[in-house]
Design a protein around this ligand. Sequence first.
Ligand SMILES: [Zn+2]
Length: 244
Amino acid sequence: MTFPSSPPPLDDVQRVLCVFAHPDDVDFGAAGTVARWVDDGLEVTYLLVTRGDAGGFDDTPRERMPMLREAEQRAAAAAVGVKVVEFLDGYADGTLTPSLGLRKDIAAAIRRYRPDRVLTSSPLRRWERLAGPSHPDHLAVGEAVTCAIYPDARNPFAFPDLLAEGLEPWVVREIWYNGGPSPDHAVDVTDTYPRKLAALDAHATQTSHVDVDGFLRERLAASAEAAGLPAGRLAEVFTIIRSG
Ligand SMILES: [Zn+2]
């Protein structure tokens, strides 16, 4: 199972909602692209399903981890110019499923922020690489977001209490998936790379022990080369689906 070919991105997008399982997911996968969207004048909002309470290393007291990682994600967002960061409550790192409750919470956020485009993690697994992008929380969020976009957010009869709260149905027109199999839409992030790196440095509990710069340069350069960009460029890669 894989994605169909990506269409060209919509050129009239005003608002983007990025929905990810853990603090740092959006930064590893897409912060260079997000920085470009911010520079282009798009209004970008982050919605995090968990505070990453199962991440980090042994020397950080576990009870401090959620607050630390929330602060890290807010600093990382600021590094790329994203001003609004929302965290859902009631979901524990490592336990996510595409449940009706999660779909409802995401559909509510979609109706509140009314994004033209949603960026999220791929609901499709990359079988060639079990670790990393295909973490079960990422797959679950990708699936829950997809269901929240269609049908939940646009159907007035889905979760009727949302409508009763004044949250009108909303049609998201485009989905960008990150971390899935065979991504075919590359974004040149060479110019915004320093901000992506700053965003990742903000996730000190996750990144302070590794050579993020070396690892990322190698990976993004390979993505750029595979996409046919000139030598020396860096790229983040996605699959785009039209949903409106
Ligand atoms: Zn993650």
